[in-house]
Structure formats: structure tokens, C-alpha cells
Design a protein around this ligand. Structure first.
Ligand SMILES: Cc1cc2nc3c(=O)[nH]c(=O)nc-3n(C[C@H](O)[C@H](O)[C@H](O)COP(=O)(O)O)c2cc1C
Length: 215
């Protein structure tokens, strides 16, 4: 078949350019809960959550269950969240619980990170959980790439069975946290990030050490 060097170069340089910008996006992601409307919805949200289903998944157990909370339903979600905290963290100061309820009520959208654990499967549950977490990371990155933002939060509410059941997560499902999502209200926070030099080592047949572990 006849080759077209110019066309090949164009395709390659476009994909190089694309991969560069995708890497830039990965490197610039930062969590934020300073979020305003809009949150992604419809097909765009479906595509973002589909990125979660591209995570590595040993044994194809497909542990991801995403419960989406938006619009007027945030009000009753926030109340149920508050009740769960009341049951699971009775010692938490009331002002703290109320602040958390308000946060849930006012977030543009919330994704409950359901985990369909399969303790009877050959694949250890910890590996299933890693697939769940890798999916959540993909969703956070996909949000960022599409111009949205979010943060992953956890807490005592995760242990509350009746709260979980209402989210479609009866045992043996678990809740691995909530992604609070929306549009960042300002610039993505510029955080100090560690240098990779401290966290990588080129192995040359002898034991290596990491600067991150020194001192
Ligand atoms: C499993 C998990 C649970 C987390 N739970 C909380 C939480 O409850 N509250 C919180 O402020 N940050 C929590 N974080 C950390 C934030 O999601 C976020 O990663 C952190 O603020 C650092 O921001 P960065 O993602 O920009 O580095 C959690 C992170 C993970 C991976």
C-alpha cells in the first residue's frame, strides 16, 4: 500500500500534541470543594463515569456502583446523611454535623462511590477495592479534563447500613466515600506537589532507596 508520509506525520504530531495536553491535564488536577453549578449531567456525566469503568479490574468483577445525587433530591440526601452521622457519630459536635449537612445540600452534585465487594471471589477483596479506587481516580481526572472539579470525602456515614441501603448498596456492597462534584468557583488550586525524584529510583540490579524515606 502506498504510504503518505505527510499524513502520517500529521496524525503522529496531532496525537503527540493530544497526549501532551492530556498529561498536562493529569498534572494540573487538584481536588476542590469550592464548587458551583453546573455539575456535569446527561451524556457528559455518563461519559465521565464511563472513565471509571476503564480502571484495571482483576477478574473483571466490575465492582463500581455510582449513585448520582442531583437537583431537589440533594435536600433529602443531606437529611439522610445527617441522620447517618447522628447514629454513627453521636459524639460529633452538633454544629459540625449541621455544617456537613449544609455542604451536602449545596454541592452541585454528589456521586456515591458504591463498591460491590465479592468476598467469595478468587480475587482478594483488597484488589477489588483497588479497582474501585482506580475508577474513582479516573472519574476525578475525567471531571478535570471536562472543566469540572471535585473532591473525594469519607466518614462515619459509610458504616450506616440504612443510609447505604437507600443508596442502592445493601450488603455486601460498601460505600467507599462520596465525590462532591461541580464547577470550580475559581482557579484550580495550585498546590505544592512533591518532586518525582524523591519517589522514583532506577533499579540497576542492586537495592535502591528513596529520598522520600530518608530522615
Ligand atoms: C479514600 C480517600 C478518602 C478521603 N477522605 C477525605 C475526607 O473525608 N475529607 C477530606 O478533606 N479529604 C479526604 N480525602 C483527600 C481529598 O480527597 C484530597 O485528595 C486531598 O484534599 C488532597 O487534594 P489533591 O487530590 O488535590 O491532592 C480523601 C482521599 C481519599 C483517597
Amino acid at each position: 500500500m502506498q504510504s503518505f508520509p505527510l499524513a502520517e506525520w500529521t496524525v503522529r504530531s496531532i496525537s503527540l500534541y493530544m497526549s501532551q495536553s492530556v498529561l498536562d491535564a493529569l498534572l494540573s488536577r487538584a481536588s476542590t470543594d469550592q464548587l458551583v453549578e453546573p455539575a456535569p449531567a446527561g451524556n457528559q456525566l455518563a461519559r465521565i463515569l464511563s472513565a471509571g469503568l476503564r480502571a484495571p479490574d482483576h477478574g473483571r468483577l466490575r465492582p463500581w456502583r455510582y449513585t448520582v445525587i442531583t437537583g431537589a433530591y440533594r435536600e433529602s440526601f443531606a437529611s439522610q446523611f445527617y441522620e447517618a452521622l447522628l447514629r454513627q457519630s453521636p459524639d460529633m459536635p452538633e454544629a459540625n454535623r449541621l455544617r456537613r449537612r449544609e455542604r451536602m445540600r449545596t454541592m452541585p452534585a454528589i456521586i456515591a462511590l458504591g463498591f460491590h465487594a465479592q468476598p467469595e471471589a478468587k480475587i482478594p477483596v483488597v484488589e477489588q477495592e483497588m479497582a474501585l479506587a482506580a475508577g474513582a481516580m479516573n472519574v476525578l481526572n475525567a471531571l478535570h479534563v471536562e472543566g469540572f472539579g471535585g473532591v473525594w470525602v469519607t466518614g462515619a456515614f459509610q458504616k450506616d447500613r440504612s443510609f447505604l441501603e437507600n443508596l442502592g448498596l445493601p450488603a455486601p456492597h460498601r460505600l467507599e466515600g462520596l465525590l462532591l462534584i461541580g464547577t470550580p468557583s475559581g482557579d484550580i488550586p495550585k498546590k505544592r506537589r512533591p518532586d518525582i525524584e524523591s519517589y522514583m529510583a532506577l533499579w540497576q540490579g542492586k537495592p535502591v532507596s528513596f529520598a522520600a524515606d530518608e530522615g
